[in-house]
Design a protein around this ligand. Structure first.
Ligand code: SF4
Length: 675
């Protein structure tokens, strides 16, 4: 059976330990009596440490109870503004800044292997955390009722994995607030009342849901007792002071400003609100199978559809989808072998209404022209012998069971040419749908024709139930460089227009989460045609997934020789530098390629997970970053990709560009309204 994703919430009453009373307040985000704006002088920052069973010394030097008087909200806010103002530079200042000089000191320093990870289980556990984690695993075993989300019969390793999932989210929250507020130095002033803010913000964020621990309604004293058990020593101080500022500035007691909150996708209260709004909505409903990181879901959401379920075999890709679609309920996030999915469980998620759209993008590697051709010539690969190439049959079978009004399947054009018994795989799928009463059409679309800064041609099998009119193919507005020249079309969006405002990097620099710095002002006219028009450059104080992979000296030397549009053959012929090629020339003569900035990018592929030599930045001597690739795929900047770098690259390369999916979704919406 398919497992539900790890985003599921704990249920019922939760008790962390006998000393920690529970709350029965249903909604931690609900308005509460206003907290005094002047913080009191009673206890000290870092007091969580005093309660730690395996505590280490407080990390900050300024956490003593010096008794220098109360600190006011304005002082806290001023401290955070100082931190933020350091990341809003003029372009001239920015140009003088060394490429990798926007590092922030994190309370839990990242291991070198983790620099590019996002929302990923820690790979290296510091000694103090290891002791704390072992103690927590023992407590879970001794008192399972206090941790209801951890299965009772789970092994110690499984318990440790649950703790690590919780740690992954808590560590990401800590990283982000450190960037936002810079861990303000509050001096030797006490901030005990900040506990009220910290408690409220943590209760709303619900970072311990992976364990089933909730903090709703705990008073400061109870909170003091609970937090050392669920927050590891290195991040306690940082989390405390930064969340205190967050509570004063954004996550206020009354009317929290969720729309501008950079933690919102990680916040359980925000997610619960989004889910209940979605449940009450009358928006047409979509199920997205083989959803990956959610490009298709994102496009349909932007067009006004409601995603009720998404399934994929890759749990990390699903984590990305779930994180970025807060209105998708945890029970609708289905991880596991998709062929075991039962249509009855999907129907249950749709409710009493008929399903409007079943969409899916089954694996395409077996049909991909590059992989398919090269495999067939060198290894005797046969599409008909590849099990993955029949997953589309399962998808079509599911459509015939669920009987959606409309059906959509995306794949590479190779699905039209790969044949079994003289019938293409795509035609076989269409025939089955027609036999089930559906009307079908095949669209071959290039993403660049819809304003996506990328040449990406894909086939879409579209089917409509007999009572629905077949949707019309979405009109192409931008020049499709793979078809006849259209004088009425807008010029295609170029690679430069998509990435020029991102901070410059050197190979081996950047990180998965960084403070937003940009050499470009928000009024720059170059933003108009793409980044502003399609809200790709979203207002956020954080930049995700912008890091350039390390390259060795030899590769960088070759990169530097190439001009935009040139591949390694040019460099070899022009400069006689065959010595720089690490690959066999007869097979990989175009292995290195510098992208052109004045036209759409070539297709972003999941092979980027292996190396970036074919995607060299047009003006910087490095490969493109995942954020740049995400922009070329038309993902918005708040859409963060989870997992290791390999996970992130595969998710981005395999995704349906959300802008292309949105155009299709709008055409589907029109057909549903007509039908
Ligand atoms: S989204 Fe942000 S502001 Fe809103 S409740 Fe959550 S933490 Fe508070």
């Amino acid at each position: 059976m398919l497992a539900r994703s790890d985003e599921s919430e704990g249920r019922g009453r939760r008790r962390l330990g006998t000393n920690h009373p529970l709350t029965t307040q249903p909604d931690p985000g609900a308005a509460r009596p206003r907290t005094p704006r002047v913080l009191q002088h009673r206890e000290c920052v870092g007091e969580w440490e005093a309660h730690a069973t395996t505590g280490s010394p407080p990390p900050a030097p300024n956490n003593g109870c010096g008794g220098l008087g109360p600190i006011t909200a304005s002082e806290l806010i001023a401290a955070s503004h100082k931190a933020m103002s350091e990341s809003t530079e003029t372009p001239a200042e920015f140009a003088r800044r060394p490429a990798n000089d926007y590092k922030v000191q994190h309370a839990w320093p990242l291991d070198a292997r983790e620099r590019a990870d996002f929302y990923h289980r820690p790979r290296a556990i510091p000694e103090s955390v290891r002791e704390w984690r072992d103690a927590l695993v023992r407590r879970i075993a001794d008192n399972p009722s206090a941790f209801p989300a951890v299965p009772r019969n789970s092994s110690p390793d499984e318990k440790r994995a649950s703790v690590d999932d919780g740690l992954a989210r808590l560590r990401e929250i800590t990283r982000i607030v450190e960037l936002l507020y810079g861990t303000p130095d509050l001096g030797r002033k006490s901030v005990s009342a900040a506990n009220a803010h910290v408690g409220r913000v943590l209760a709303r964020l619900g970072p311990f849901n992976e364990l089933g621990v909730r903090l709703d309604g705990l008073d400061p004293k109870q909170l003091q007792a609970v937090l050392p058990e669920v927050v590891p020593p290195p991040i306690r101080h940082s989390l405390h002071v930064n969340l205190a500022v967050h509570g004063l500035e954004v996550c206020k007691s009354i009317a929290p400003d969720c729309s501008s909150c950079d933690l919102r996708n990680l916040c359980q209260t925000y997610r619960r609100a989004q889910i209940s709004t979605a449940r009450a909505s009358k928006a047409p409903r979509v199920i997205d199978l083989f959803c990956g990181a959610g490009g298709m879901s994102e496009g349909f959401s932007r067009a006004g559809f409601q995603i009720v379920a998404a399934a994929d075999m890759d749990p990390i890709a699903l984590r990305t989808l779930a994180l970025n679609h807060p209105s998708l309920p945890p029970e609708g996030v289905l991880a596991g072998d998709i062929r075991e999915l039962d249509h009855r469980s999907l129907r249950k998620l749709v409710g009493r209404r008929r399903l409007d759209v079943l969409a899916g993008a089954p694996p395409c590697q077996g049909f991909s022209s590059a992989g398919f051709r090269s495999k067939s010539t060198r290894t005797g690969y046969r599409a008909i012998g590849d099990e993955r190439n029949y997953l589309f049959e399962w998808l079509v079978g599911m459509a015939l069971e669920l009987e959606p009004r409309l059906f959509l399947m995306e794949n590479v054009p190779g699905m039209k040419t790969a044949r079994r018994q003289d019938v293409s795989f795509l035609e076989a799928a269409a025939r089955r749908l027609r036999a089930g009463g559906y009307i079908t059409a095949v669209w071959q679309l290039n993403a660049a024709a819809f304003g996506v800064p990328q040449e990406r041609t894909r086939c879409f099998l579209v089917a409509a139930a007999p009572d629905i009119e077949l949707p019309g193919q979405p009109p192409e507005e931008y020049q499709n460089t793979r078809s006849a020249f259209d004088v009425d079309a807008l010029p295609p969006v170029t690679l430069t227009e998509a990435v020029f405002d991102l901070p410059p990097l050197e190979a081996g620099t950047g990180s998965a989460v960084a403070g937003r710095v940009s050499p470009v002002s928000d009024n720059d006219v170059r933003l108009r045609r793409y980044l502003s028009k399609f809200q790709v450059r979203e207002a956020s104080k954080v930049t995700y997934n912008h890091y350039a992979r390390y390259q060795n000296k030899q590769d960088l030397e070759l990169y530097a020789l190439l001009r935009p549009g040139e591949d390694s053959v040019h460099a070899i012929e022009r400069y006689g530098r065959a010595d720089l090629m690490r690959y066999r020339r007869d097979v990989f003569d175009d292995k290195y390629f510098r992208l052109r900035g004045d036209r759409p990018s070539k297709t972003i592929v999941s092979h980027l997970a292996k190396d970036g030599n074919g995607y060299i930045h047009p003006t910087q001597t490095r490969g493109i970053t995942p954020r740049e690739a995400a922009r070329l795929q038309s993902f918005r900047d708040r859409y963060a990709f989870c997992g290791s770098p390999t996970d992130q690259w595969s998710q981005i390369g395999n995704a349906v560009p959300p802008m292309m999916a949105e155009k299709i979704a709008r055409s589907f919406l029109a057909a549903l309204r007509r039908g």
